[in-house]
Design a binder for this molecule. Sequence first.
Ligand SMILES: C[S@@+](CC[C@H](N)C(=O)[O-])C[C@H]1O[C@@H](n2cnc3c(N)ncnc32)[C@H](O)[C@@H]1O
Length: 265
Amino acid sequence: MFPPFTIAKKYLSYWLNASNKNGHGVHSPFVFDLIIHVLNDRKNEPCFQEIESIRQSLKNNHDFIEVEDFGAGSAVIKSNKRKISKIANSSLKSPKYAQVLHRLVKYFRPKNIVELGTSFGITSAYLAKGNLDAQLYTFEGASSISNVAANNFKKLGINNVELITGDFGKTLPPFLEKNIPIDFAFIDGNHREKPTIAYFESILSHCNEHSVLVFDDIHWSQEMENAWDFIKNNQSVTLSVDLFFIGIVFFRKDFKEKQHFAIQF
Ligand SMILES: C[S@@+](CC[C@H](N)C(=O)[O-])C[C@H]1O[C@@H](n2cnc3c(N)ncnc32)[C@H](O)[C@@H]1O
């Protein structure tokens, strides 16, 4: 992981070089619409409050759970016995990013959604509630964590989710063998270069021209920046959008040329 000072410098450089958040000067109609209808739409929805109250109760829960450590893990927590409150404070996408994922799902209406890295199911809830007709397949390695997520899905009345527990290396291949088309994926677990590229490549073969893939923490470390460079340069990616804390890629064939945007968010 980059030291906080390096991340701050990178963020400043991203912000200074990124396209204006009002879409001025963005010549791609697709990206302009994405800015106006998804990134800049800050309307509150009833489900936001429900999900945020679950997040708050996790933040107030100081019980310990025994957690198997998978992947690059969290920058903050090292031991295997972890406080629920600490995980809730350090590992989950903030409301701002979880809500933009919800709006992406609402806007693109994917049928099948994959999330790698469920944790307590907070972002999963935003994804699932973005399109109640969609099916969310969410993957979590640590069984104690996935038990908490399952309970949260119940509390929120979420029925369009399948929670798959186990190491991605063991659970993702049999899932992919089912050949379910992947219309949307959020990759938020095991933030290292090789695994991230491997997840991208295996998911890619189940994507179509209209699929949308979102990668978390693309500027978190040199490894994640390398993975992001690899992904956006893949020949099937026709458009990539860098929002600093997440990166989004598209495969649409109706763009004249491959484009990369960084957009202030
Ligand atoms: C950053 S958290 C996910 C946060 C969640 N998407 C959210 O925003 O609410 C990443 C999760 O991925 C899980 N994870 C990391 N590497 C994994 C692996 N190789 N197999 C299975 N789970 C893994 C961790 O246990 C952790 O709970």
